[in-house]
Design a protein around this ligand. Structure first.
Ligand SMILES: CC(C)(COP(=O)(O)OP(=O)(O)OC[C@H]1O[C@@H](n2cnc3c(N)ncnc32)[C@H](O)[C@@H]1OP(=O)(O)O)[C@@H](O)C(=O)NCCC(=O)NCCS
Length: 145
């Protein structure tokens, strides 16, 4: 059966209102990340993944920097554990492969480590705090498909 949602890659210019709405709900309101830390200059240079329900509701997002750093992976609460996050990661990893990146990395919130391990990411180094939340760096070597 096909997914009840779609994921597309967009630039910040095209996706900004919907991407902002998801990240405000998940990171700022739910997780308490300060607004001034959530928004940065990197959004303009990133490729963003945007998940939409079939009725057009914005339900999830993520981004990849030109360095291969993946971040801001967020799925709206009612849509979790339905593979939306997986589809967002697959879109960003496909983008990384098409750019011939050899490695990608994430700063994973510690609770989400098993989510990233599912794609083959491995933890590196020690935990650290970012926006008051415990994180750990994880990396993945990409094999061409
Ligand atoms: C982390 C997050 C993006 C996962 O999205 P999701 O759509 O629920 O994930 P999926 O349904 O694709 O899950 C894929 C796998 O990861 C596992 N998983 C997902 N979230 C998990 C979590 N928080 N802890 C442990 N495992 C998790 C699922 O159980 C699933 O495993 P399975 O294939 O064995 O069933 C989502 O929980 C979220 O937005 N959380 C709040 C924001 C956040 O913390 N983002 C991460 C920042 S680093």
């Amino acid at each position: 059966m096909s997914n009840p949602f779609t994921v597309s890659l967009v630039c910040w210019h095209d996706g900004e209102p919907l991407l902002r709405a998801i990240r405000e709900a998940v990171f700022i309101r739910e997780q308490g990340v300060p607004e001034e830390l959530e928004w940065d200059e990197f959004d303009e240079t990133c490729r963003h993944a945007l998940a939409l329900s079939l009725s057009g509701e914005a339900i999830g997002c993520g981004r990849i920097l030109p360095t291969g750093h993946i971040g801001r992976i967020a799925v709206m609460q009612p849509w979790r554990k339905q593979k939306v996050g997986t589809a967002i990661m697959e879109a960003l990893l496909d983008e990384a492969r098409s750019r011939k990146y050899q490695f990608v990395d994430v700063d994973a919130q510690v609770h989400a480590v098993p989510f990233y391990q599912g794609f083959g990411f491995t933890p590196q180094g020690k935990e650290f705090l970012d926006a008051g939340l415990p994180h750990i760096k994880m990396t993945l070597e990409l094999k061409p498909r």
